[in-house]
Design a protein around this ligand. Structure first.
Ligand SMILES: Nc1ncnc2c1ncn2[C@@H]1O[C@H](COP(=O)(O)OP(=O)(O)OP(=O)(O)O)[C@@H](O)[C@H]1O
Length: 305
């Protein structure tokens, strides 16, 4: 069953078609990421699904409701974590989470939630005393306070330090394991690769590609790259013939390989035979980030504005 169904969605701001006829669906319990450069139309799409922005054309169903007409009853079933929520600076973390949870018929226990997002030590701290990353964690706690059936996360880890980001990923992973459907926007491709079952890459209001990160990587036809350090006693000309000529930068050799298995075998077999080591030997298939960069670079943005 689909939790989100979007068909031919259009939203324009004057001459700018911010969302230009997109269609996608998100299954029950699925984590789905919208990716794309600044101005691609992600936030506009998400705000329409949340019921906070009107659409010009197309159909939208979320949790079997039309967000445009669902009103407070619809919004009490969804959780929204915005990029920059304005807080009442004088409230403490605990007071804010309690207030938020009290707005919902089946809100979470505030103390459990505060612990879940890693703010237990800041429970009684006023908002004005929180760091940027701690405020984002508070955003997350507030978005979850109503025990939502569906969660919208708009760039949830922007401004997090690496450890906090990993904790947030674990948290989203736990929510996902509990069956919460999650729609995520992010500029961190590693985050999408880590969290999302499927992603849609948007640009200029359109969806350029949609699928699981693995499907997009496999379908991209981008090459696997083999790298290693050239030992002092070895010249590039000594290396075996490969599917592509090696490129050398300093001591690093890079092969943009079309036959990664065969090239790895040729190189490692050659090294063993000649009793040399190839320091830092690595075979790197294309990452989601490579696919994203190739997709968004190929399609020029000719939209006015
Ligand atoms: N209120 C508005 N009035 C006029 N134009 C707008 C408005 N909101 C967004 N736009 C335009 O619509 C387009 C899509 O914007 P949107 O915020 O949806 O993109 P985004 O993909 O979320 O970008 P970002 O990654 O920067 O958050 C942009 O060209 C933007 O300038």
């Amino acid at each position: 069953m689909a939790t989100i169904e979007v068909r031919d969605l259009v939203r324009a701001y004057g001459p700018v078609r911010a969302v230009d006829g997109i269609s996608f669906s998100v299954g029950d319990g699925e984590t789905f990421a919208l990716l794309g450069p600044n101005g691609a139309g992600k936030t506009t799409t998400v705000e329409i699904l949340e019921g906070y922005r009107t659409r010009d054309a197309g159909t939208v169903r979320v949790l079997d409701c039309d967000p445009a007409t669902g009103g407070p009853a619809y919004r009490s079933r969804i959780g929204v974590v915005l990029q920059s929520a304005g807080f009442e600076e004088e409230f403490t973390v605990r007071e804010l989470v309690r207030l938020q949870a009290a707005l919902y018929p089946r809100g979470h226990d505030p103390d459990e939630l505060i612990t879940l997002v890693g703010l237990a030590g800041k429970r009684d701290t006023r908002v004005k005393g929180l760091s940027g990353g701690q405020r984002r964690r508070l955003d997350l706690a507030l978005g979850l306070a109503g025990a939502p059936e569906m969660l919208f996360l708009d760039e949830p880890t922007t401004g997090f330090d690496p450890a906090a980001r990993h904790r947030a990923w674990d948290l989203v992973g736990n929510l996902r394991a509990l069956g919460t459907t999650i729609l995520l926007t992010t500029h961190y491709l590693e985050e999408a690769q880590r969290l999302a079952d499927r992603v849609a890459v948007m640009r200029a209001g359109r969806i350029l590609a949609i699928g699981s990160p693995e499907d997009l990587r496999a379908g991209s036809k981008l090459p696997t790259v083999i790298t290693f350090e050239l030992p002092a006693a070895v010249r590039v000309a000594d290396l075996p013939a490969l599917s592509a000529p090696p490129e050398v930068a300093g001591v690093t050799v890079r092969v943009t390989s079309r036959e990664p298995v065969a090239d790895s075998w040729r190189l490692t077999g050659w090294a063993v035979q000649h009793q040399v080591t190839l320091p830092d030997f690595a075979v790197s298939p294309p990452a989601l980030e490579d696919v994203y960069l190739a997709l968004t670079a190929e399609n020029t943005d000719d939209r006015p504005g």
